[in-house]
Each structure stands twice: as structure tokens, then as C-alpha cells.
Design a protein around this ligand. Structure first.
Ligand code: AMP
Length: 286
């Protein structure tokens, strides 16, 4: 497995693979890899001859400087995990190489503005977040030029925002969704989980449990989104330790609100535990 830091090097490597007639899929990450990220690698391998995984903690998508500062950085371990999963190249550039015009800073540099699917939910909780995501992905897509890129349904809104970006900007890259991976007890795997205490982690289980009971309610014929949302908020906040930021049932593709569960919907849930924002979601279908 190769470890590459410079954009020119990864560009040349991918170009050579393409010249041989091979396909290259990209797995974008911010590192601190876990089984959720590694499942994306397995899916990328099913779709292409080679897999490039990038590790870049993107300053442009953090609206809270302390969140950026506290974000776990574990490149050595990430490289080992990527290798064990059969990644071909880990691309780990510096901020100066990703945002050269601004010398690694962001002021004055060109940004991509995310489309309508970035409105609400994470878009409200983290102003500018999806513009930062779309900007770094545009840069990485231009540097690496993969034929496909894999995104986890863990960040469900992000997946739909990215799909909208490649459609609207006519970027010739296939976007492949990957199912949300959970821990043995149901907690959605996230790089942020390491910041939870044992007690906080136990409290966080209420997110996946309440969503699982929403799925059961739909199976038993409850199709009213407002009732399902209220039940989840009540359950999650019953302990008093976990604060819901949003609990919303939306159309699974447009992310528009729905008045009844008729077609595929997604229940998006974000709550704060010990000051850490945790995201979860499930598919609801009648
Ligand atoms: P991140 O490093 O958090 O930016 O995540 C990189 C990619 O991994 C994104 O496409 C995420 O949606 C995906 N991902 C993170 N956690 C999970 C998970 N538990 N299951 C599936 N995909 C995940």
C-alpha cells in the first residue's frame, strides 16, 4: 500500500491506473478510522479495480474551532487499518496542499455553495458545514479524478447533498451509498464516540433504540410523522441527560418534510450527549 501526501503524486498514480484501463474508487474520510469507514472500503473494492482512501480533517467544514481542534487525529493507526482492508493508496495531504491559494487558510479562497438539500438539519446546526464539504470534495475529485466515490448513510444528509452536487455540477463521478454500521449494542459508529465517557456512551444508546421503536411503530401501522417524531423526542430526552437537536422524518431523497409515511422516508436524529453531537438515522417505509 502506498502513502501519498502530494496532490501531483496521487494525480499521476491514478492517471497511470486509468491508462492501463483500470478503475479507481475514492473513499473520502477525516481519519480516526473505524469499522464504519472500513465498510466503505469493502464496497469501493466491489465497484473498482483500485481504492484510494483520503484522510483529511477539512477545516472548511468546521464552524466550531474547538470541534476542529478536538477532532481525533490517528494517521499511523489509520494507515495500518487501511492496509489491512486492502486499500491501495492512502492520500493524506496538508491543508496547504488542499487550499494552496489561501496558504492552507480559507479566507478569500473560492467556495462551492451546497444546494437545497443542505438546508435544515446539519445545515442549520452547523452553518457553512455543507459548503465546506462540497468545496473539499470538489477539490479532491479534481485532484484524484476517481470514477466512483463511496459515502456512508451514517451522514445521510451529506450523502444527498453530495448527490445533488455531482448532478447539478455534472461531475462525472458515480456516488455509491454505503449502509450505516452500528456497534454490537446499536450505537452508530462515529469517530466522535471516543470522546464519550462510559456513562455518556450508555446514555447515547437511547438514539438507536428510539429509532428502532419508530421502525416498529411504522410496521404496526403508525404513519403519522408528527407522532413518531414526538415519541422519539420524549424517549431520548426522558433521562434528562441527552438533548435532541432535531428529530425529523423527511422524504428519503429530496429531504423535504412529509405529512404521512407513504413512500421511502428517512428519520434523521441528532442529539447532544456530554456536549458531543451524535447523528443517527433509519429508513422508514410503509
Ligand atoms: P468522516 O470521517 O466522519 O467524515 O466519515 C467519512 C465517511 O465514512 C463518510 O461517508 C461517512 O458517512 C462514513 N461513515 C462514518 N461512520 C459510518 C458508519 N457508522 N457507517 C457507515 N459509514 C460511516
Amino acid at each position: 500500500m502506498l502513502i501519498v501526501h502530494k496532490p501531483d503524486e496521487i494525480k499521476a498514480w491514478v492517471k497511470s491506473r486509468r491508462a492501463e484501463g483500470s478503475s479507481v474508487a475514492l473513499v473520502p474520510t477525516m481519519g480516526a478510522l473505524h469499522e464504519g469507514h472500513l465498510s466503505l472500503v469493502s464496497i469501493a473494492k466491489e465497484h473498482s479495480d483500485y481504492v484510494v482512501l483520503y484522510v483529511f480533517v477539512n477545516p472548511a467544514q468546521f464552524n466550531d474551532p474547538s470541534d476542529l481542534e478536538k477532532y481525533p487525529r490517528t494517521l499511523e493507526r489509520d494507515v495500518e487499518l487501511a492496509k489491512s482492508k486492502g486499500v491501495d493508496v492512502v492520500f493524506a495531504p496538508s491543508a496547504e496542499d488542499v487550499y494552496p491559494a489561501a496558504g492552507g487558510k480559507l479566507a478569500g479562497t473560492c467556495f462551492v455553495r451546497a444546494g437545497s438539500r443542505a438546508e435544515g438539519f446539519e445545515g442549520d446546526g452547523r452553518p457553512g458545514h455543507f459548503d465546506g464539504v462540497c468545496t473539499v470534495l470538489s477539490i479532491m475529485f479534481n485532484i484524484i479524478e476517481p470514477s466512483a466515490a463511496v459515502f456512508g448513510e451514517k451522514d445521510y444528509q451529506q450523502l444527498q447533498v453530495v448527490r445533488q452536487m455531482v448532478d447539478d455540477l455534472q461531475i462525472p463521478i458515480e456516488i455509491i451509498p454505503a449502509p450505516l454500521i452500528r456497534d454490537h449494542d446499536g450505537l452508530a459508529l462515529s469517530s466522535r464516540n471516543v470522546r464519550l465517557t462510559a456513562e455518556g456512551r450508555a446514555q447515547a444508546l437511547v438514539l438507536s433504540r428510539s429509532l428502532a421503536s419508530a421502525v416498529e411503530s411504522v410496521s404496526s401501522g403508525e404513519y403519522d410523522p408528527t407522532k413518531l417524531e414526538q415519541n422519539v423526542v420524549q424517549t431520548v430526552e426522558s433521562s434528562g441527560e441527552v438533548k435532541v437537536e432535531y428529530a425529523s422524518i423527511v422524504d428519503a431523497y429530496s429531504l423535504e418534510p412529509v405529512s404521512r409515511i407513504q413512500g421511502p422516508c428517512q428519520f434523521l436524529l441528532t442529539a447532544t450527549v456530554e456536549g458531543i453531537r451524535l447523528l443517527d438515522n433509519v429508513r422508514l417505509e410503509p
